[in-house]
Design a protein around this ligand. Structure first.
Ligand SMILES: [Zn+2]
Length: 497
């Protein structure tokens, strides 16, 4: 088994260093090729309404949640494609912003419980969270160094925006940092299409409809991409690969950085007692008390094995059938084609697709990547793995000696703390996008996946299109904001034309 351990530096942003880090964040926006984003929320309200049959009803339910709840932290991962390097090499900067909504908001007990279990520090949030006001700008244009102006900088950067299962995130971002949400879904999507003209990409949609992995929850998709990437490097396949580089943080900056290791586990291939529920959705109601394995690496290997077994079985069946047909000289026409097609479909999803669940709805607060394999496997164990020698990390990373010398124990504790979920989730989301991009590049000139402006809709076979239809108007608050966003960017535009 090959492995690739990776240490991801996450920069911790809070009110006492927000101003200091501002220029670096804005520069990262401006120079990036794309920006991946993730949020942690104080709650979502009634789960059932979020999965309503009607998309318009779903939108209303999420809007209600966004008006009454708040964003607790925001993860940003800026991926800059480095020119003149082999393959697809990205310089990645990851920020985790701790935020504090200045207005009253609902915080759900189960969210608190979940967040505390994952090391979310509410003391730190109340003491050091970067404050923000929701809804419309309160008088005049937003100025100074704050969350609303940072969001304006994100829009001005005009880069592709990447999210995983991003509809809820987009609705919350709009309400928290931009303007009051429009009543109609059509207005919302029209606004979004103008806010992000470089495109919005949903890696959950890409995972299901382009990469076609067996499962599509964030950690699964990320680890599967990483595994496939390192395999194709190993076998020296003649196709581009993804390589990552990180900044060399020094001085004061270094004190804000949390080095989060992402160690692949190397459980032996014994009898696998994988939790079916977790395997399919990335969460399980029993959480850490579940007696079955929630090891994503193990789950991926199991899925690959069963796919291979199925393929062989099909091959055998086909052979048998061909032999039989030769004997009987009798064809069954269209039904045979149909069956073959159905079988192909099977191979891609099957049981996991049957009962759709929403990763976000359960995942944000239930048990989404509850147990990162990295946190369960002591670092020492993976170091002593017998296969380790033939598995040097394919990702290049450039860290200060100090950081690499940190004892595994100290890092391990931080993983369990998991205090940078939004930042690390944004990082994983960006990686999936980078991987999907090289896959796409094989068939076309563009390095960008084909899934532009399609947001994943749980339980639906079609995505939500981010576009301005002929019949939908833009909201007034949005028009005012757009004027502000683009006037400052091009000061000469409204002068002499
Ligand atoms: Zn379980």
């Amino acid at each position: 088994m090959m492995s690739s351990s990776l240490v991801v530096p996450v920069i911790d942003v809070q009110s006492n260093n927000f101003k200091e880090l501002w220029p670096a964040i804005v520069l990262a926006f401006k120079t990036s090729s794309f920006i991946a984003l993730d949020t942690e929320l104080s709650g979502l309200g009634a789960r059932k309404a979020l999965l309503a049959e009607s998309i318009e009803d779903r939108y209303k339910a999420i809007c209600h949640a966004a008006r009454t709840r708040s964003i607790l932290s925001l993860g940003l991962a800026c991926y800059k494609k480095l020119e003149g390097k082999a393959d697809s090499t990205y310089l990645v900067q990851v920020y985790n912003l701790t935020l504090l909504c200045a207005e009253e908001y609902v915080i759900e007990p189960q969210s608190v419980q979940f967040l505390v279990q994952h090391g979310f520090d509410f003391n730190k949030q109340y003491a050091q969270g970067v404050p923000y006001d929701k809804g419309n700008d309160k008088g005049g244009e937003p100025q100074g160094v704050n969350m609303r102006t940072l969001f304006v900088e994100l829009l001005r950067a005009n880069k592709p925006l990447v999210l995983h299962n991003g509809l809820i995130d987009m609705i919350f971002l709009y309400q928290c940092f931009y303007a009051h949400l429009p009543e109609k879904l059509g207005t919302f999507t029209a606004d979004l299409s103008q806010m992000f003209p470089a495109g919005i990409y949903d890696t959950k949609y890409a995972t299901e409809y382009e990469l076609r992995f067996t499962a599509s929850y964030l950690e699964y998709a990320y680890k599967k991409c990483k595994l496939d990437n390192s395999r194709s490097i190993k076998t020296a396949q003649d196709r581009p690969h993804v390589f990552l580089e990180f900044c060399n943080y020094t001085g004061r900056l270094q004190s804000y950085v949390d080095y989060r290791p992402c160690i692949d586990s190397h459980s032996s291939d014994g009898p696998l007692n994988i939790c079916i529920q977790f395997s399919a959705y990335g969460w399980c109601p029993s959480g850490s008390r579940c007696p079955m394995s929630h090891d994503t690496d193990l789950i991926i290997r199991q899925d690959e094995k069963s796919k291979e077994d199925k393929r062989k079985k099909r091959k055998r069946r086909k052979k048998k059938k061909a032999a039989k047909e030769e004997e009987e000289e009798e064809e069954d026409g269209p039904p045979q084609d149909k069956k073959a097609h159905v079988e192909d479909m099977d191979e891609d999803g099957e049981e996991k697709e049957e009962q759709k669940e929403d990763e976000k709805v359960h995942g944000k607060f239930a048990a989404h990547d509850e147990e990162m394999p990295s946190s369960e496997t002591p670092a020492a164990e993976s170091h002593s793995d017998p296969d380790k020698n033939e598995s040097d990390a394919p990702q290049t990373h450039d860290l200060t000696p100090d950081a690499t010398n940190k004892s595994p124990k100290a890092n391990e504790r931080k993983v369990e703390g998991g205090t940078h979920r939004a930042g690390f989730d944004a990082f994983m989301t960006g990686y999936i996008f980078a991987f999907a991009s090289i896959r796409n590049a094989e068939g076309s000139d563009s390095w960008i996946p084909a899934c532009a402006n399609k947001l994943y809709l749980s339980g639906k076979s079609v995505p939500l299109h981010i576009a301005k239809s002929t019949f939908s108007k833009s909201s007034r608050a949005h028009m005012t904001k757009m004027e502000h966003v683009w006037r400052k960017q091009f000061p000469k535009a409204d002068g002499n034309a």
